[in-house]
Design a protein around this ligand. Sequence first.
Ligand SMILES: [Cu+2]
Length: 377
Amino acid sequence: MKLTHGERSTARRATTASRTVKRVGLVAALGLSTLLMTGCGPREALRFGWPTGVTPEAKAMGHLWTWAVIASLIVGFLVWMAIFIAITFHRYRAGEDPFPRQTAYNMPVELVLITLPFLAIAVLFYFTVVVENKVEAKTDDPGVVVDVTAFQWNWKFGYDKVRQADGTYKSYAVENGNPFELQAQRNADHGHPLPLPLPAGGRSDNIRDYLRFSSIETLGTSTEIPIMVLPVDTRIEFNLAAADVVHSFWVPEFLYKRDVMPFPKQNHSDPRFQIEKIDRKGAFVGRCAEMCGTYHAMMNFEIRAISKEDFQRYIALRANEKLSNAAALEAICQQPKSVTTVPFETRRRTGGKTPKHLGDTWQTQLPNCTPRVTGAS
Ligand SMILES: [Cu+2]
């Protein structure tokens, strides 16, 4: 059959289009099978890589993320389709005008192209503010108020006040604590001032009145990870303060971190934040997320979420029997030590004592030593 020029061109266009549709179908099938073969459930897939959180705030952020990605995918799909239509159906063909029809200064088109992106931004902004307000919300009746004191390079946790089983609050706050008693003691012992720089730039500790102290405190050391014990299903307030430089309180499972500032008032920062609840029991690692010096990376802690009843027992044990954190945890049948991270021995000492001479770093072979033969007793 003899085709005229016009017929041949239409036929070619139809073949190209159907070939492209086949390719798109193949890509879609590949994508779907990848999703299925990697064992991703629909919920997992819809999280789009967002980690699972243990607080309602973290879940709200997760939903915002999911919908933002879906909205972006819709916009992306429209853009990809526009590109696809342009490159498939509007190709240059021999004999046609090489310069396509121009639509500049087309008022309706330009208005639509300006309004749509602004509308998308406005919708995203609205939902971001809604979620942000939820995350930053604070009430006057949190079940537990904990003081978090960050210092180079560990943490101190104290219980400011705790709501008892009968609904009343019990305060464990201690007024007029002095964070630098140890330094003051050393100063007196030697009878002369310590060389500068002193902690916090050598400022008087009188002005560090923002630091909080409690009769129930857990102090992190180079041999013990500080564990902050908290009840599940309870609103918790964190009151952050740094004794020296800027740190950051970060619990990955809260999907939230907040800078821990020294002198929060002078630094115009709100040191308090709340979480609505921790929705499951367990241990969650916490870290310092602000580069704060040499051992910044070792400033780890643990959040231990336990039942409300166990928490009341734990607080009573610590308040009445003056048990240490580990002993109180053990007494309520909890792992006394951190299960999420290990302490970092900053003094690199062994057996609790620092030997005067650790050994020759150039000659590590022991003198007068006979190597033991494998199998010999
Ligand atoms: Cu730090």
